[in-house]
Design a protein around this ligand. Sequence first.
Ligand code: BES
Ligand code: ZN
Ligand code: ZN
Length: 468
Amino acid sequence: MKLNLIEESINTELEIIIIKNNNIESDNEVLQKLNFKGEIDTSALLPELGKLYIGCGEYSSDNVRCSVAAAMRIFSDTNFCEAIIEAGEYLAEVVEGIELGSYSFTKYKSNKDNKKEIEKTINILVEKVDPKTIEIFEDAVNLSNSVNMVRDFVNTTPEDFYPKIMAKKAKKIAIENNLEIKIFGEKYFTEQKMGAISAVGRASRHDSRLIHMTYAPANPMKKIVLIGKGLTYDSGGLSLKPADFMVTMKSDKSGGSAVLGIMNAIAKMKLPIEVHGIIGAVENMIGGDAYKPDDVLVAKNGKTIEVRNTDAEGRLVLADCLCYAQDEIQDFDYIIDYATLTGACVVGVGHYTTGIMGNNILLNNKLQESALKSGELATILHFNKYLKKTIKSKIADICNISSTRYGGAITAGMFLDEFIKEENKQKWIHCDIAGPAFVEEIWGCNPYGASGAGVRFTVKFMKDLIAE
Ligand code: BES
Ligand code: ZN
Ligand code: ZN
């Protein structure tokens, strides 16, 4: 999609009209015949008139984003090549709706849709094309492109996207944006006694990687560490997943992919924050060399972990990544991890919502607020002392699964808490994105498959910090 900012209306093939607050002001007669009332999730295409009406319901930030995305799906399916849309008071949302809504993943289609190959143009009508408007526009484009990049990574099959490829993608992003990057392999894990990440990847034919990228602008206002679960495939390991549950586990790299997207976005936006992105890229497989239920692993911080289920592998990878981050990076303000960590989180809060956890209630609230403003849903799940007891082990310092089947998202979060140093307890947030990262239906401005969850809310969180 090609986007132009314009100050004066022009005649184009198709005018996209957002109906605000169910308030229809033109073509009333024909729209009434079509029973179009401007409600959210409804539309009316009038091809002869070159108009596409799109209902937005209440005129609000996310309703605009989602209705523009819906308009894009209709526009994409037509042979109209150029359209115009008025930004109104929601320029960023209109741009995000366009870019996020017109995303499609065609990598594995042999006959790619011809009309999608032709680049379409959208003219966005704004009051004034001044520097402020251009900045909002460019930020929204960079954000959306980063989200779409994450979607591409996550949708790519495990045959085409394994730890080495994840590292290659990270390198490409680093080079493009002038970021520092360090990539470590199995040898480093052995030297550093990172027994947890090391065990999870052992049965895979693909060697694991730990990726550390740094965006370091001059005079940063804050310093933030991001950590992502990058399981390029999660078969469950010897505690093998049932067939139906294994499908979609290419999406277990969503946390790590989100970190790549965030690094790309903030570097392009030149935010005045130092950001470290750390990704544990690993494949969880079976084989004679696989780690086992009954193993006791030793993490980088010396803590011993009893493995009772090899499918609870994400927390093991993250444990060593969290240790690495806290050993290698000094004086940061926040440390945030992203992971498709538990099915329990999806059961608990549904497919569309991220579970936020941590010890700092105010910080959790702040992140949730930024998330809701960004158009991503998030809810806070609270730790408690009773659930904490359920991850005790009889033979090691801690167990990788809980003794109860209930509260699985929280017990997984509390497992990670065991690897947060005392001085960092209040700086840490855990985001379980298992629900929203990959959904097999179109929802809001998201397509079938990967959504790029985490990118928008984190960038918003950072922008809100700067504005404080
Ligand atoms: N990657 C999965 C979690 C998951 C499930 C993500 C569904 C997205 C959709 C994770 O590694 C896992 O398998 N967790 C187990 C933990 C259990 C063994 C304690 C789970 O949720 O069943
Ligand atoms: Zn698993
Ligand atoms: Zn997993």
